[in-house]
Design a protein around this ligand. Structure first.
Ligand code: SAM
Length: 196
């Protein structure tokens, strides 16, 4: 079988997996995801930002933020969430009425339907490990980010080549920071995009 078909099969499986688990995703994962947001978003000021959430799922991350500071979010933040599972997005839609400037896209991180240099914060939390070719997704994230935009990523460590990933990101970022915690199965990677 050609690699392209293998990648498409992997993507189809991912879509089926998240479509079929979306109804209990929040009850099963919201507490652990919250712990990850606390780590990635400590000391993070999102005022006046255009945010991309790549693999946004049911919107737990922006929900976490809106609970922290709903007034600022309403006034100054533009949020775009993209996900490949329409059922995860439907769950997000039900919640998104609470927050004003939210746009959701059904799409693929490896082929972002977005213009280059459009965002100044990009999150991707526990999503990139699902991609057939993580560097392709990272390339897309880098393309749509502006110079100096904040990258806030967490990726499941299981079977991940962390050194490869950080070596690739180092060439596109400044202040790249990688963090591992015993009780959390993701690696946290943060930095600012270094574009000319
Ligand atoms: C573990 S969930 C994390 C969701 C959310 N970031 C959170 O913190 O709860 C992984 C998400 O990545 C999405 N995903 C997987 N592969 C994707 C792709 N190629 N493009 C866009 N989203 C993808 C899945 O549909 C799922 O919603």
């Amino acid at each position: 079988m050609k690699p392209l078909n293998k990648d498409l099969d992997k993507k189809k499986n991912v879509i089926e997996k998240y479509n079929s688990t979306s109804s209990f995703y929040d009850s099963r994962y919201s507490e652990i995801q919250k712990e990850k947001y606390k780590i990635l978003f400590r000391n993070c000021n999102l005022n006046y930002k255009t945010i991309l959430d790549a693999g946004c799922g049911t919107g737990l991350s922006i929900e976490f933020f809106s609970n922290l500071n709903i007034n600022n979010l309403k006034k100054k933040v533009k949020y775009i969430g993209i996900d490949i599972s329409w059922k995860m997005l439907m769950n997000f839609c039900d919640k998104s009425k609470k927050i004003k400037d939210i746009n959701l896209i059904l799409g693929d991180i490896e082929n972002l339907p977005l213009r280059e240099n459009s965002f100044n914060v990009i999150f991707s939390i526990t999503s990139l490990q699902n991609l057939p070719v993580i560097k392709k997704g990272l390339g897309e994230i880098i393309r749509v980010g502006q110079k100096d935009s904040l990258l806030k990523l967490s990726v499941l460590r299981k079977q991940l080549k962390v050194d490869d990933l950080t070596a690739y990101l180092k060439t596109h970022t400044t202040d790249l920071k990688t963090e591992f915690l015993d009780n959390i199965e993701d690696v946290f990677i943060q930095g600012s995009l270094n574009k000319h």
